[in-house]
Design a protein around this ligand. Structure first.
Ligand code: MEV
Length: 446
């Protein structure tokens, strides 16, 4: 395969031409036209999108939808969602509607602490290192980052704690400087990493000059300085509850409210016990969470990584949501870490992220944590409700019908006919193909 040097220096047109020549089979002019058709019509806007990443050739479209009727702590939201999977927005909206008729969702932020580490190697008597940290180093480190933390402090945040941790039982000579932060409405990655790198530099210098150190003790080898995306102390809880009898009946599955509640809570317990089910269960939760995280310009990889790590906090990966039936009350909740921001990063730069935040009433980071956790809970409720009643394929394939039809190049009229035809039939790839073939054959015979 063709390799290239200096690809990033080529113009966009030349990048596309090179790619088309060596890696794509269609006519290069058609490829150029195709890429250009997804570019923004406003050159300034396109510049903005190009600036977000590197080696950009065009833009990749994803649907931007909304789920209305989310009542959270008594306030009604329309929630923006960016997602490529059909049924997700419909399921979120259905979950929101179901619970808006039963008092709405409750949510609270439990904590908002972020964390980061300087991971370093140091050889010597650890007691001496701790003494140095307590008597001199900590003060020097704090003084070193004053100019970096001043702005965050003026907003009510900043560095909260700084500790030295002995990790030599895990790895010879391994120590950490562990710092915790409050980053207010920012996700805070840049702020935290800048502070940590300043700590690392200061540490390296200070050990060299400490009077009681000699030989190898004067050398701290910094391995890396980085925030942790595991933020178990940046925690939010969302929950719903109602009388079991208020859950209503589920005639499609021949279930009473009581039977439904029992089956639903069993499904949640299964996702606590079984890692195979837990993974799919939590994936469904992140269908909703990621969609809002993306729509608001936040980092969905960080949110996912943290959520899955948190789901394993007891030593076994399990469901992020919980369900209990106490007396005649049905309670369904989710508790998870969500380190999101409503200032900085893409949140104000990306025009649609900005619009999403406006749609949510320009929330604080805490409010956004509550909204996102709630959407995850609603998503999970709809998925498990479907699973324990009618199954998911019925609704899923109905939503998928249009995608299959488009795959076969169906016209708008054919889509209309197919939607009516499949209203009471099972949708599958082959059944849709057969339907289209039949109706096209009938049309040519006429
Ligand atoms: C599909 O994207 C998500 C579900 O599989 C989630 C679940 O099984 O709970 C429906």
């Amino acid at each position: 395969m063709q390799k290239i040097k200096g690809f990033s220096k080529l113009s966009k047109t030349d990048k596309i031409a090179w790619l088309a020549k060596h890696f794509l089979t269609s006519n290069p002019l058609d490829i150029a036209r195709e890429f250009s058709s997804y570019m923004h019509s406003n050159a300034e806007m396109q510049k903005l999108f190009d600036g977000i990443s590197e080696n950009t050739l065009t833009n990749f479209y994803l649907p931007y939808g909304v789920a209305p009727n989310f009542v959270i702590n008594g306030r009604t939201y329309v929630v923006p969602m960016v997602i490529e999977e059909s049924s997700v927005v419909a399921a979120a909206a259905a979950g929101a509607k179901f619970w808006s008729d039963r008092g709405g969702f409750n949510a609270e932020v439990i904590s908002t602490t972020k964390v980061g580490h300087v991971h370093f190697l140091w050889r010597g008597d650890s007691e001496k290192l701790f003494h140095f940290f307590d008597t001199e180093l900590k003060e020097a480190l704090l003084a070193e980052v004053k100019h970096l933390t001043a702005n965050m402090e003026s907003r009510g945040g900043g560095l909260r704690t700084l500790e030295l941790i002995d990790c030599t039982e895990l790895e010879p000579e391994y120590f950490q400087l562990k710092a915790t932060f409050e980053t207010m409405d920012a996700m805070g990655a840049n702020f935290i990493n800048s502070v940590l790198e300043a700590f690392a530099e200061c540490l390296t210098e200070e050990v060299k000059h400490y009077k009681d150190f000699s030989g190898a003790e004067k050398n701290a080898e910094v391995v890396m300085s980085i925030l942790s995306n595991y933020t178990p102390e940046c925690l939010v809880k969302a929950w719903v509850e109602c009388k079991v009898s208020d859950l209503g009946g589920f005639p499609e599955a021949n279930l009473t409210a009581q039977q439904f509640a029992r089956k639903f809570s069993t499904a949640i317990r299964i996702a606590k016990h079984d890692v195979y089910r837990a993974t799919t269960h939590n994936k469904g939760i992140f269908n909703g969470i990621d969609a809002v995280v993306l729509a608001t310009g936040n980092d969905f990889r960080a949110i996912e990584a943290c959520g899955h790590a948190y789901a394993s906090k007891n030593g076994q990966y399990g469901s992020l949501s919980d369900c209990e039936i106490v007396g005649d009350t049905f309670r369904f909740s989710i508790t998870l870490p969500l380190a999101v921001g409503t200032v900085g990063g893409l949140t104000k730069l990306h025009p649609l992220a900005k619009r999403s935040l406006e749609m949510l009433g320009n929330p604080s980071a805490k409010e956004l944590m509550m909204i996102i956790a709630t959407v995850g809970l609603a998503q999970n409720f709809s998925a498990v409700k479907a699973l324990v009643t009618s199954g998911i394929q019925k609704g899923h394939m109905k939503m998928h019908l249009t995608n299959i039809l488009r795959h076969f190049g169906a016209t708008d009229t054919e889509i209309q006919l197919a939607t009516t035809y499949f209203a009471d039939k099972t949708v599958s790839f082959s059944s849709v193909r057969d339907f289209l073939n039949n109706s096209r054959n009938l049309a040519t015979e006429k």
